[in-house]
Design a protein. Structure first.
Lengths: 154, 123, 359
């Protein structure tokens, strides 16, 4: 398990998914796939979360909810869009109430395709997200050190 | 082998002023409310009130114009509010006297009254 | 009188995988009123009929909900078939029945898991979902999809299950039934579970009927209504009796679902035994002209697809009434009187499927 340095916590939100991807996200946590053995835990609290896992496209009513959840999460954070609806709106893209993919509202780091996305794909997406999370963390700590050093010199 | 089962479905047209009386009659006969649905039939709305008793499917059909007010049946079937709020939010049909009236916030849509032809874009 | 406060519940809530919002009016810890508001996942897919041909719209109906997906497609196809007077081959009717019951099994196991999670019984949640995976394996093996199958089409089904596979499924049913019985035993007889569920969120028989509740929510209150009794697909040949409990509390609704696991297994077994030979689909020509209220029994209750065609490739109207929408009034009646800490369990007891309800 060299790719996993820490135990990331996941926040799952259903934007306007049909439930297909949501139950596959939950299936990842249960005995057959069991991501909890890697220390990955599904949390309900955005302030505890490192990774935001979103299924389904954005509609007019959940737009502020998604933004709010994202803003509550501490830095560094990554966003995974699970399923084609989260990527582009998918089969519902022509519906009057669908704005489009998640990236219309918040920045997305990893796109997991599929309708519904399979648990293996979702886990793969989480692994990719971890690498990005690590990168962001290093960048943040690097900047902080830089700022501290700059502060000392003056 | 039996063949595919097709249900007997009776549909009765009902006038706006008779609606409450007819629904009360069905309630007294022990029918349960299955659904209220609406169809746009070119400038007017056709509202179907569906009931069921022992798998006998009955339908009351009401035709109303775009601005016509429809009385709520939530006084008879308490649970009708979900469908009646839907009628209002999606079609823009003014339903009067709903027990729990969300006043257009039950289903919030980007486009106001998306199923309405006459009111498209909101007013 | 204690002061009243309003506690918002949802839309993003740990116990619910889907967003629904309730404004709970509380007096101390006791709920006195609950006002639901939905719309967080409203997509407006009823209007897609204008953009998809009636044969393509099956894919959209499958995605109304990823849990009840097969039965949505079945209900829609049956409606179109009735309007167009298409006689579906017997083998297709039986295959549809098998897949419907598989969907019910996986849905009920999913719900039992979520319900256990809602009660704080984490171990039981994991156990239910582990068992559910074996149903998903069968679905994937026979249809190619775990949650969205894509096998139902207007005029029949798209895939056949060969005899070898049917025999294998039949053999697997006995050990599976055994495991379901063990799992159900915990839900029905465990003292802590009983303590949490007995007498909670009571819905009387009259209320359940008059509020238009559906499925296990209705049957848990002693009303024997199950659309499978009307004999659509192959249920008419197989014979069917609805599962009914009378207490009307969360325990009764849970018991209905636990006992429906056995009834579903039994239906699959009998469908495999009586599986007729022959084609699995018929050619479909023309376009639907007419209307029909197609009804089917989903894991969550009665679903109604009102379909209306005007002789063109595009339906004039599809109106879908899902069981969760019908159960919302019942939920609003159940909540007053329960403690705030029990609200998640009561909400889960109707098996809310919000993406169904909002379409």
């Amino acid at each position: 398990m060299t790719f996993l340095k820490r135990s990331p916590w996941i926040l799952h939100y259903d934007a306007s998914s049909c439930n297909g991807c949501d139950i596959e996200v939950l299936a990842c946590l249960t005995p057959l796939y069991d991501v909890e053995r890697f220390g990955i835990i599904n949390t309900g609290n955005p302030k505890h979360a490192d990774i935001l896992l979103i299924t389904g496209g954005i509609n007019s009513q959940n737009r502020p909810v998604v933004r709010n959840l994202y803003e509550q999460m501490p830095e560094p954070k990554v966003v995974i869009a699970v399923g084609v609806c989260a990527a582009t709106g998918g089969i519902f893209r022509e519906c009057y109430n669908i704005v489009g993919g998640i990236d219309k509202v918040i920045p997305v780091d990893v796109y997991v395709p599929g309708c519904a996305a399979r648990p293996e794909q979702i886990i793969d997406g989480v692994v990719k997200a971890l690498a990005i999370l690590e990168e962001k963390r290093e960048k943040m700590t690097g900047e902080a050190r830089h700022a501290a050093e700059a502060g000392e010199s003056t | 082998m039996t063949v595919m089962v097709k249900e007997e479905q009776t549909t009765t047209s009902v006038a706006l002023e008779d609606l409450i009386r007819e629904v009360e009659g069905l309630h007294a006969d022990g029918y349960r409310l299955v659904q209220i649905g609406c169809t746009d039939i070119g400038g007017a709305y056709e509202i179907n009130y569906s009931f069921d008793k022992d798998y006998q499917f009955r339908n009351l059909r009401l035709t109303v114009g775009p601005e016509e007010e429809v009385p709520s049946i939530s006084g008879i079937y308490w649970g009708a509010f979900v469908y009646e709020n839907e009628l209002h939010d999606l079609f823009g049909i003014p339903v009067t006297g709903i027990n729990i009236d969300f006043k257009g916030t039950f289903i919030k849509t980007a486009e106001k009254y998306p199923f309405s032809v006459t009111r498209r874009g909101g007013d | 009188m204690p002061e009243r406060i309003i506690v918002p519940f949802g839309p993003q809530h740990p116990v619910l995988p889907e967003p629904i919002h309730l404004d709970l009016v509380l007096e101390d810890e006791k709920v006195v009123d609950a006002v639901p508001s939905i719309g967080y996942i409203h997509r407006g897919l009823e209007q897609l009929v204008q953009k998809r041909e009636y044969t393509e719209y099956v894919y959209v109906t499958e995605r109304i909900c990823g849990i009840c997906s097969f039965i949505h497609a079945l209900c829609y196809c049956q409606g179109v078939e009735h309007i167009m007077e298409i006689e579906v081959p017997d083998r297709a009717r039986y295959l549809r029945t098998i897949w419907s019951e598989c969907s019910r099994l996986h849905s009920h196991l999913l719900w039992l898991g979520l319900f256990a999670d809602g009660m704080g019984f984490e171990n039981l949640f994991m156990r239910s979902w582990q068992l559910r995976e074996s149903v998903l394996d069968v679905l994937e093996d026979t249809t190619g999809g775990r949650v969205i199958q894509g096998t139902c089409k207007v005029g029949g089904v798209r895939r056949d299950i060969d005899q070898e596979k049917l025999d294998e499924m039949h053999r697997a049913l006995d050990p599976f039934e055994e495991e379901c019985r063990d799992l159900g035993d915990v839900f029905l007889n465990d003292e802590t579970v009983k303590y949490r569920l007995r007498g909670l969120g009571v819905l009387s028989k009259d209320d359940a009927y008059n509020l238009g509740a559906a499925g296990p929510t209705l049957r848990g209150s002693g009303v024997a209504v199950d659309l499978r009794e009307t004999g659509y697909a192959a249920y008419g040949d197989l014979g069917f009796k609805p599962v009914v409990e009378t207490a009307g509390d969360c325990y009764a609704r849970c018991a209905v679902r636990v006992r429906e696991l056995s009834s579903s297994i039994d239906l699959i077994r009998r469908a495999i035994d009586a599986m007729p030979q022959g084609p699995i689909d018929v050619k479909v020509k023309g376009a639907p002209d007419g209307e029909y209220f197609s009804r089917a029994e989903q894991p969550r209750g009665e679903v109604v697809h009102y379909l209306r065609g005007d002789g063109t490739k595009h339906l004039a109207r599809a109106r879908i009434r899902t069981p969760t929408l019908a159960n919302i009034p019942a939920l609003v009646k159940m909540l007053p009187g329960v403690q705030l800490a029990d609200v998640p369990v009561v909400v889960l007891s109707i098996d809310p499927c919000i993406s169904c309800a909002e379409r």
